[in-house]
Every structure is written in C-alpha cells, then in structure tokens.
Design a protein around this ligand. Structure first.
Ligand SMILES: [Zn+2]
Length: 223
C-alpha cells in the first residue's frame, strides 16, 4: 500500500446513475479512471490481478446511496483483498488522503527468496486504531486465513518475490565495479522505474532502500 492521488472531478456518469432507480456505479468511465488513478493495481496488495473489483472504502451496505456513488469512496481492489477486507476493516488508513503517510507509519518487509512470511509493522503510533487495523488487514492479505485465501496469498507472494528479485538484481548491477557513467545513469533510470507508483509492490521496494544506509544515500531522492 502506498499513497495514491484520486483525480477530480468525478467521472461524469456517477451523478447521473445516482438519480436512476436501477443506476450503477459500474460504468466504463469509472473503471477507466480508477485504472488510471490506481495504476491498474489493487490498492491493498499492490498486485495487478485479473480479478478487479470496485471497492467501497466505507461500505454503503446497500442503503447509503451517497456512499455508493461517492467518487472519493470508490477504490480499485483485487477480489482477494476485497473479500479479506469485508465489513470488518471499514476503518483503515486512506491511501488517497495525503495526510495518511502510509510509508512513514508502516514498515513493509519481504524477501526475494526464499518465499517467506511478509512482515508488516506499525512504526508510528501503536495506539492509533487506523494504523493498527491497516497493518492487521495487510498481514491478512499476504498470509491468508482460510485454505482458499492462503493459496491466493501464496500466489501474490510468488509475484512479490519475483519483483523484489528483479529489483535487487538491477540495484546490484548498479554497484558492480567498472560501470561507466552512462551505464550507471541507465541503471538508475531503471531503479527509478522500479520505485515508481506505476509498478507492483512499490511499498516493499521502497522499504528495501529505506532500510539500507548506502542505498538510501544513493537512491533516497527517488522515493
Ligand atoms: Zn489485492
């Protein structure tokens, strides 16, 4: 999970659909805008899955039409995370709220190999329920709590390991001796791309940099 920006104004269809008895927020312009704003990935697990859901950040419970059609309340999530969140986690950090500083408050740790447990921790205020609920949900997303969910979590972690491995290979390449200035420049551009919000599992890659004094010195400006 990283901070993302929701574009404004809301997609045009939402206000119109809200007025219709059988109106729905599942409109093409809503999907298109969410895919752009969320970089085509689930805001919780940061993986680009084929099971894309429009999630209501605050549940509308089938009765609250304001929440159901509120653009600020619509998020892009994968089926796995949407189900994991359910109704239990309706008070978590809002990644589209810039004052909720996700990567300053939550530590993400994953290893490129062997595939292991992902560790996500509250490193800010341990009495803040918003942070605690978010950490609990994210750990659930990456570990699963039912046989079916555990299989999905393992698939997400397979992709996480692969991405972290590719990222670290590129970073290692940057530090190899004998690199010319132009080679370093192009590797640095590649590292910048790996750390950008457009790519999968950005939170884990940024924390790999933040956790290493030398890499933070060399690539801190890319975070
Ligand atoms: Zn997800």
């Amino acid at each position: 999970m990283i901070n993302l920006t929701k574009s404004q104004p809301p997609p045009a269809s939402l206000a119109h659909q809200k007025q219709l008895l059988s109106g729905t927020y599942r409109q093409q312009d809503v999907y298109d805008r969410l895919r752009t704003d969320f970089h085509d990935k689930c805001y919780l697990c940061e993986y680009k899955s084929t099971s894309i859901n429009i999630e209501h950040f605050k549940p509308h419970k089938g009765v609250d039409r304001d929440l159901e059609f509120d653009w600020d309340n619509l998020f892009l999530a994968c089926g796995h995370c949407n189900l994991s969140k359910g109704a239990k986690y309706d008070t978590i950090l809002d990644c589209t709220n810039p004052s909720h500083r996700i990567l300053d408050w939550i530590h993400f740790k994953g290893d490129p190999f062997p595939k292991s447990v992902v560790v996500i921790k509250n490193i800010n205020d341990t009495h803040n329920p918003l942070i605690n609920n978010t950490v609990e949900l994210l750990n659930l997303v990456y570990e699963g709590n039912t046989p079916g969910k555990k299989i999905e979590s393992e698939m997400i972690k397979d992709a996480l390991c692969e991405e972290l491995y590719k990222f670290l290979i590129t970073v290692r390449s940057f530090y190899e001796s004998g690199r010319s200035a132009s080679e370093k420049e192009s590797l640095r551009a590649e590292i910048r791309r790996f750390l950008s919000p457009e790519t999968i599992f950005t939170a884990f890659k940024r924390w790999l940099i933040k956790d290493n004094v030398r890499m933070l010195k060399d690539f801190g400006d890319l975070l």
